[in-house]
Design a binder for this molecule. Structure first.
Ligand SMILES: [Mg+2]
Length: 237
């Protein structure tokens, strides 16, 4: 068991083909949730505020949501193979997502993927909307910087962190990781910032690369955190 290496993976757009939150909001939100998305993408509101306001517009029962997810939401090909491979090598595999734990677990179960650690938004489904909230690694509520809070926490616990992600919301977490598998917007970011990364187009690409990645020395191949544009004080909180 290699308990010093952790694989932190994003969910939507990384292990899935589409963003599951958007699928739910497009179908069931009563109101202009995309306007709130614009506020989030332009940095005016936090991810926690986006979730709270957008999911409050959803008018659907748990059964409605489960039906939609099972009918329309799809994991990427080889998700199960990737997770089985990583766990088979004794790595700790965790999903840390800005999405809802409810749909992540529904999708994993439907694909026969069990016993995966998931850290994502809680969701209480009510007739007046879905109430969301994030819990920080050490407990308590957190409204922003959810993914990087977990990366920082894993680093503090002494783990070498390998990050898998696709989007702008992965950037700050990926910067803290020792190695990154990136696609789409995160790939562009890694290239621009010259981070320690490998691109992927399919999840099988990650399996292939992991077979030859020199894990024992991986942390030595990147600049220390002090040289990477971070305020170290902010890392200890
Ligand atoms: Mg994503």
């Amino acid at each position: 068991m290699n308990n010093k290496i952790i694989i932190q993976s994003d969910f939507d757009g990384t292990l899935t083909q589409e963003d599951t939150s958007f699928l739910i909001l497009d179908k069931f939100a009563k109101g202009d949730w995309r306007k709130i998305l614009e506020e989030y993408r332009s940095g005016k509101i936090s991810v926690g505020q986006f979730n709270a306001r957008a999911f409050a517009m959803v008018r659907a029962s748990k059964d409605d949501l489960t039906f939609l997810i099972k009918e329309k939401a799809r994991l990427r090909e080889d998700s199960k193979e990737l997770i089985d491979y990583l766990k088979g090598r004794g790595f700790r595999f965790v999903i840390v997502s800005n999405g809802l734990e409810f749909y992540i677990r529904t999708m994993l179960e439907a694909a026969g993927i069990n016993n995966v650690e998931v850290y994502a938004s809680g969701a209480i489904i009510t007739p007046e909307g879905i109430i969301t909230n994030y819990t920080a690694p050490a407990g308590g509520d957190i409204d922003d910087g959810f993914k990087e809070a977990y990366t920082r926490y894993f680093k503090q616990k002494g783990y070498t962190v390998i990050y898998i992600g696709n989007g702008p919301s992965d950037a700050q977490a990926a910067r803290l990781a020792d190695f990154i598998f990136a696609t789409d917007a995160l790939l562009e970011y890694c290239q621009q910032e010259k981070l320690n990364f490998a691109p992927f187009a399919t999840l099988d690409d990650i399996i292939t690369r992991m077979r030859t990645l020199p894990l024992a020395n991986i942390a030595d191949t990147v600049a220390p955190l002090t040289n990477r544009g971070f305020d170290l004080d902010s890392l200890t909180t």
